[in-house]
Each structure stands twice: as C-alpha cells, then as structure tokens.
Ligand binder design. Structure first.
Ligand SMILES: [Zn+2]
Length: 533
C-alpha cells in the first residue's frame, strides 16, 4: 500500500489544479472527481445497457442473452470471463486486475413473469401479451456496476493501483435461487468487500439488520396412485388431496406463527384432468421470517405438515429447495463511506417530462396526490428499533460471508406496484438512464474509498467479525446436495423467445429503445405504436 500512496501524492501535486477546475460534481476532488467525470462520459453506454437488458426481458435461470451481451462488453474491456459458475448456466464471473483489495460488484438481472410493458407510455400496453418483462427494474443494475468498474479500472491502470475488480450477476433473484449457492461454492472466499446495487426510487444505503425477511423456498412433491375418477376411484390415492390437506394444515397453523412471518404458496402441479385421480401433484412454498432461527423453525413445521398430509392420503412426499435467503445485514463502515458519496452525488436532475411521466404513472396506479420523482435524498438507513417484515433478497447470504452493502439507486418511480407491469414503465426511459448514471458515480467513488483508504477495509472487517458475526453463526439453509433449480422458467422463455428477439434493442440503428419503438416520451395517450420498425 505504501508504494502507491507516494505515487498518489505525486499525482495530486501534479494534477491538483486542473482537477479542481474540471470537477463536475461539487465536493469531489482528485481521483474521485476523475471517476465521476468518466462515468458521465459513459452515459451513452449506461443507456444502452439499461435498454438492452430491458428488451431481452429474460426470466430467472434463463438470462442467456443478458449473459452474452454483458460478458462481451466486459471481455472487450479486458475482463477475464468465466461462464456458468456454481453449476448455473446463465451465471458468469468477470474479473480484472490483481492483488488486494478484491472488490466484487453485483446486481440482479432477471425479470418478472407477465410483466411485459411498453416503456415510456403511461397506460397499460404489453409489448407481448403474457410475456415476461422488467417489472422490477433489474435491467438497470449491471449498467451501474459496469460503468463504475470501467471508470475505476481506467484510473487504476493510469495510477498503477493494485486491486482486483469482480463483476457478477444475481441470477434468478426473483426466485431467491442463486446467491446462497454462490456462497456455498466459495465464490466469495477471497473477496474483501461486496458492493451490491438495486433499483429504487431514491438513493440510499443502510447498515445493520435490514428491514424485511429471509426465506426458504421449497417445493413439496407428492406421489399417489392414478385411477378412473368415476369407475374405481377407491383404487386411487390422490396427490392433489395431499397438496390441499397440506395447505389446509399450514393455513390453520398461521394463527400460531409469529406475526412478522410471511408465507405463501402456489400449486405448481395440480393433476392433469378431473377424471384421472392425480398420481402427481406439487406445491411450492415461500417460508419467510425475520430471523434465520425463525425461518428454520417454520420450515421444520412445514415439513411435518407435509409428512402429515402424505400420511392422511397414503401418498409419498419428497421436497426440493428452490431458493434460500438469509435475512440481510449490511456493513456499517462501508455504508458510512458510501453515504458520504451519495450526499455529494445527489439525486439526478429530473426534467419536466420525467416528473409529468412519473406523476401520470402514480395516478394510473391510484395515487390521489402523485408526488413524482424524489428530489430530496432519503438519508442513510439505520437499524430499526424493532424489526419490520417484508420481502427478502438472497444478497443476505453473501452479506454473512463478506462485508457487504446494497446501494439503492433512483432509476424507477416510487409508489407503483412491485412485481407488476407498472414498475416496468419507466425502466427504459431517461428516468432509468439518469438514475443508473447517478448510481454508478456512487459505486465508483466508494470503490476508490476501498482502494485508497486501507483503514476502511480494516474497519469493515472489524465490524464484520466483532459486531455482525460476534454472536451469529452463518449456517446456510441449503446443503451440499441441493442443486440450483436451473430448469425453472425454461418453458416460458422458449414460448416467447422468437417474439422477444424481434423486439431486441439495436443500438447501431436507434439512439434509444424508445426511438426504436416509436414512442414520443412521455406518451400519455395511446396512439398507434409502431413496434420494431
Ligand atoms: Zn430485486
């Protein structure tokens, strides 16, 4: 470290004045000002990545076009690429540089079923009826990370700074189905810090126990005996009966669970036709709780209920873990450093059109008084006096393996519906593009904190060891034999692949995806939309 500090000193003396003059974001100087300027110069690349992933509209475990597109950008910029890590074909691992610190940037890439939606229009208009779409905004996070990494890489090369940059995707995050597997397979063993990014409607970082839950996602598979439903039903043993009894059992048990738990299920297979006693049926549960201990306890209860249902119906039962997520805990020193950068970067400058569009979406979704896009930072998230329930993210498992923070960056409109087409409407518009650029500035400057300030990493490790994990031992919910559910969503994507391909964004012909779709942003009234001109 000592060696580069003196190199840095020479650099500051040499370039200090010109840097001060060209700093574009107030408050930054030196290498951070350079990084911010470099991110700004890559606004076009940011927009292309955001729009491209939006147009690919890929569901979890099937993010192959996304994989090909992103890894090409990274390979073209001298990153070493490994495809298909942790036994997950659509995953990848990109690394550049050498030595410490090892900084890993992650963000999710998968979409939402049935969320296909034309961007930039303030009314419901699927691009392809029934198709997947980016109804959360996972199309924007890799743009944040890649642009930040390229900006910092350029500085590291110029200044001869040591360090290793890693980029990785959250595959199938909507199924919470890969990050525990990455951790289990040791991908983060040599990583010093993880900066994770997630789309939001403000820009913030948090530390300590996060609001929300962790979970086990598990499918119970029942086998019975088929028979003629009218001819000799007494010879049959219905797997569907077992599924229904299991659900009844769980729904009665709900009353006696801790009120902060969340659990939900879908019947993933309910038999074939009514006159054939179902010999096979399955039900897929999400079991969420605010503590790892609570998740484990409820999972045990669910298991006994499944076995009870099998006993009642003379069927047999097996189970498969589809996803797993520990409750999240984020690193305090890194979050504090990142928060300083957030305050300097601030929120994007929204145009009049952006605000009109955001308010129109909020009105569409039932807001009486639409507030539009955030113009004030929400501030750092600190541990809550009492836990709050809600969703989960499998970044939790990584946060218990390596000091981790999540940057929430302002690329979507607030007060819309989650996991819904409304949350796709802004995700290939200037709102998403500007939000991703702002996020990239925060990630890049925080990477420089980690690279330049050796004590930050020491503090992060101290917090991780002496505070976060002092009384909690990470024991994953998955075992060595739980395979990732890589076949999920394959059938849906096969169904829509050809039609989606026709709508892929072509940056060589169109400035933006909105241009390609013939949309005059912001569009408030339906007109004839020319798709794929
Ligand atoms: Zn997400």
């Amino acid at each position: 470290m000592q060696r580069y500090k003196s190199a840095l000193f020479v650099f500051f003396v040499g370039l200090g004045i010109s840097n001060a003059l060209c700093a574009q974001t107030p408050g930054f100087s030196g290498l951070k000002a350079d990084a911010v300027e470099s991110v700004d110069s890559m606004a076009k690349l940011t927009q292309e990545i955001v729009d491209s992933l939006f147009s690919f509209s890929e569901l979890g475990f099937q993010e192959f076009q996304t994989q090909a597109y992103l890894t090409k950008i990274l390979a073209d910029n001298d990153f070493d690429i490994q495809l298909g890590v942790a036994g997950i074909p659509s995953s990848w691992w990109a690394s550049w540089g050498s030595g410490e610190p090892v900084i890993a940037l992650g963000s999710d890439v998968d979409g939402i079923p049935r969320a296909s939606q034309m961007p930039g229009v303030a009314y419901r208009q699927p691009m392809i009826e029934g198709a997947p779409g980016h109804g959360e905004g996972h199309n924007s996070g890799q743009a944040v990370n890649i642009v930040a990494a390229l900006a910092v890489k350029e500085i590291m090369e110029r200044e001869n700074l040591p360090g290793t940059l890693i980029l990785w995707p959250g595959i199938a995050e909507e199924l919470l189905a890969t990050k525990a597997w990455y951790a289990r397979d040791g991908l983060f063993d040599d990583v010093d810090a993880v900066l994770f990014t997630h789309v939001a409607n403000n820009m913030a970082v948090s530390w300590g126990d996060s609001r929300g839950t962790g979970l086990v996602s598990v499918e119970y598979l029942f086998d019975g005996v088929a028979a003629h439903g009218a001819g000799d039903p007494w010879k049959g043993r219905s797997a569907l009966d077992a599924v229904e009894l299991m659900n009844v059992g769980w729904n009665f048990r709900r009353e006696h669970l801790h009120p902060l738990q969340r659990s939900h299920y879908v019947i993933s297979s309910g038999g074939d036709q009514p006159n054939v006693v179902p010999s096979y049926a399955s039900v897929w549960y999400f079991i969420r709780e605010i503590t790892a201990e609570g998740i484990r306890e409820n999972f045990d209860t669910l298991q006994r209920i499944a076995e009870g249902a099998a006993m009642m119906t003379d069927t047999t039962v097996s189970r498969r873990i589809i996803g797993a997520a520990w409750p999240r805990h984020f690193n305090r020193p890194i979050a504090l450093a990142m928060d300083e950068n957030i305050k300097k970067v601030g929120l994007p400058t929204w145009s009049e059109d952006d605000q009109r569009f955001a308010k129109a979406l909020q009105t569409l979704m039932g807001a009486d008084e639409p507030t539009g896009l955030a113009t004030d930072l929400s501030g750092i998230g600190e541990p809550l006096p009492s836990p709050v329930s809600g969703g989960s993210d499998d970044i939790g498992d990584i946060s218990w393996n390596v000091p981790t923070v999540t940057l929430r960056y302002p690329a979507n409109v607030g007060r819309l519906q989650g996991h819904h087409w409304s949350s796709a409407m802004a995700m290939a518009t200037p709102i998403a593009h500007k939000g991703a650029v702002a996020g990239a500035k925060v990630v890049a400057t925080t990477m420089l904190d980690l690279i330049q300030n050796e004590s930050l990493l020491d503090d992060a490790v101290d917090y991780f060891e002496d505070v976060q994990t002092a009384n909690v031992q990470y024991v994953p919910f998955i075992g060595p034999d739980d395979d990732p559910a890589i076949e999920k969503n394959a059938e849906i994507m096969a169904l829509f692949k050809d039609r989606l391909e026709e709508l892929y964004y072509d940056p060589s012909r169109y400035d933006t995806y909105l241009d390609q779709l013939g949309i005059e942003y912001p569009q408030f009234e339906p007109t004839v939309i020319q798709r794929n001109r």
